[in-house]
Ligand binder design. Sequence first.
Ligand SMILES: C[S@@+](CC[C@H](N)C(=O)[O-])C[C@H]1O[C@@H](n2cnc3c(N)ncnc32)[C@H](O)[C@@H]1O
Length: 220
Amino acid sequence: MIRSEHVQSYLDALRPERDPLLAEMEDLARRDGVPIVEWETGRFLATLTAGLAPSTVLEVGTAIGYSTVHIARELPRGSKIITLERDPDRIAHARAFWERGEVADRIQLVEGDALESLEGLPGPFDLVFLDATKTEVSAYLQRLEGKLAPRCVLVVDNLLMSGEAALPEDADTRWSRDSLAAGRAAARELMQSGEWLFSLLPIGDGVGFAARRAPGRSAG
Ligand SMILES: C[S@@+](CC[C@H](N)C(=O)[O-])C[C@H]1O[C@@H](n2cnc3c(N)ncnc32)[C@H](O)[C@@H]1O
C-alpha cells in the first residue's frame, strides 16, 4: 500500500457500497492470487472513460476482466474496448463475468501474446491502459507508434509498485529488480518525453497518467 493507513481508511470509507459483480471479481482475484487494479484505479479509469467518451479503448492485460468492466460500463453507445490477454483460464473467467455484467457486446478480447497482437491492431486508440508485464511497457509503446489518436490519453498501472519504486535500488523488495527497473525507467522516460505530458498519481498502486502533446510543445 502506498498511502498511510489513516488516508487509506478515509478513502475506503468514501467508497460506495460494493457492486455485487465487482465484489465477486475482487473476491476471486484475492482467492486465486490474480493481480487486478485496486478499486480506486478502476474508478479512475471509469471516470476517464465517462469524461473522454473514447471511440476505441485499448487495454493490455485483461486478467479476469475487472478493469475492463469498469471501463466498458462507461463507454458511449457504439464505442468499444479491445483488451489483450494470453492466459486461457483468466480469459474464460473474464468472458463469463462480462456476459453476466451485460457488457460483452462492447468488448473485443484478443487472445495471445500482446507483443504480437499489437502488431495486427490498426487503431487509432483514444485511451490506452497498460497493465501487463512491466518490463514490456516500452515495447508496447513502440508497437503503438502510428496507432494513437492525436489526443490519446495513456494510463499505466503499478508505477509506484507498492511504494518500492521509491526505495534505494539495492533494497529488499517484493517486486522483482527487473520490474522495478522497468517501472522506474517508464516513469522517467514518460516524464521527459516530448510526445507525452505525464503525471505519476498516487492512486491505487501508482498510476502513470499521460496525454499526447500537441506537436511543437516542449517537455518542461
Ligand atoms: C495485472 S494483470 C491485469 C489486470 C487487469 N487489468 C485488471 O485490473 O483487472 C496482468 C495480466 O497481463 C497478462 N499479460 C502479461 N504479459 C502479457 C503479454 N505479453 N501478453 C498478453 N497478456 C499478458 C497476464 O497474464 C495477466 O493476466
